[in-house]
Design a protein around this ligand. Sequence first.
Ligand code: HEC
Ligand code: HEC
Length: 362
Amino acid sequence: MFDHGASPPPPARNPVCELKRPEVRAPVPAVLLLLCASLLSWTAPSLASGFLDPSIDLPLSPLPAGLHSLMPVPVENPLTTAKIELGRKLFFDQSLSRDGTISCASCHRPDKAFTDGRALPVGVGGRRGRRNAPSLVNAGYGKAMFWDGRADTLEAQALHPLSDPLEMGNTLEAVLARVHEDRFYRKLSNAAFGTALMRSQQIAQALASFQRTLVAGNSPYDRYLLQRDDAALSDAARRGLTLFRGKARCAHCHEGPLFTDQKFHNTGVSWGKVPFDFGRFEHTGKDEDKGRFKTPSLRQLTDTAPYMHDGSVQTLEEVIEFYDRGGTANGNLDPSIKSLSLLRQEKADLLAFLRMLSTMER
Ligand code: HEC
Ligand code: HEC
């Protein structure tokens, strides 16, 4: 049974790691701990791409090992500590929902790598969502948001949940009235945007800025690969890595530093199940997109069960069984999905490897 009434735990308080700037003193959520070391030894970001605003006040550099050192940030929304701070307050604020019970963090909990641990989320009034809440870890690198990619950026995504009737169920007018009446919000807004009365676009910018700080790298896999630390991976995990790239075909789609090609594929997860969810097709209307969903990152997997867009797969063992039998057959199945005939030992090795994609530092 789902635990409808549960409220999320408050963000973990960490006495040591706080953002460096004197004006920013709020505790940071658990995954941010990964940034501790980098914040304390903060150096100016190196700029190798015209995509970043050179005047950026970037409190995130260097990023944890294994992640691309430049996170794309839209020129019109440079990262500043004031915006991150405002975004953090908005993210954890239940009073932005229609009935005051749900915040972004209700479904994106810091202690679960910003997922909710449920198959399907529960929004205002106990309403059940239709898709599994994805992790927000490393979402700042995402090229498309949502399982079907219907929003391009974190900014474009951020206002959806506030007014989604299955999520926070509010109106933007009510959200604006709420933040305008609150003295603390007015102060934070002034620091972030030079106006006490923020507009909805600025709420989106602040939420996006906060989410860009949710990064996780420096896993045993990263230490093995980048620091040539052979002891970081067991023999089993190393064999699993070879399978991941070879016989098991995982790297066809789960590639690069985030283990995603950021594309959409049909693996047949919910094919034929009611209620129908055609994924990417719902956004593009193209037949070939039927049953395609975004390839999720595999980082921090140990915290993000249950898995897949419908939350139908409970464990990583089951995930491996799913791929071993070649997904669910359907007319649109991705050509990379084939039955794998993995031996029992190979399944165990693959599992050992997948577990090494999470940071162990908490
Ligand atoms: C009731 C649960 C719920 C609440 C509340 C909620 N979300 Fe989500 N979130 C989801 C679900 C479910 C999805 C996936 C929906 C889909 O793909 O159609 C999602 C997707 C996202 C994504 C896209 C991530 C990706 O990689 O595709 C982002 C970013 C996000 N949410 C941020 C937020 C923010 C910011 C808030 C608060 C303003 C919020 N969410 C509130 C459940 C929730
Ligand atoms: C054809 C591309 C493709 C291949 C090959 C592939 N995956 Fe996936 N993977 C996806 C897509 C797309 C999803 C999301 C599917 C959905 O929810 O409908 C996914 C989901 C997952 C998830 C769930 C993650 C989450 O957060 O819910 C895991 C774990 C996973 N894959 C591991 C693997 C492993 C291990 C292999 C190799 C045995 C593999 N994948 C092969 C595309 C692929």
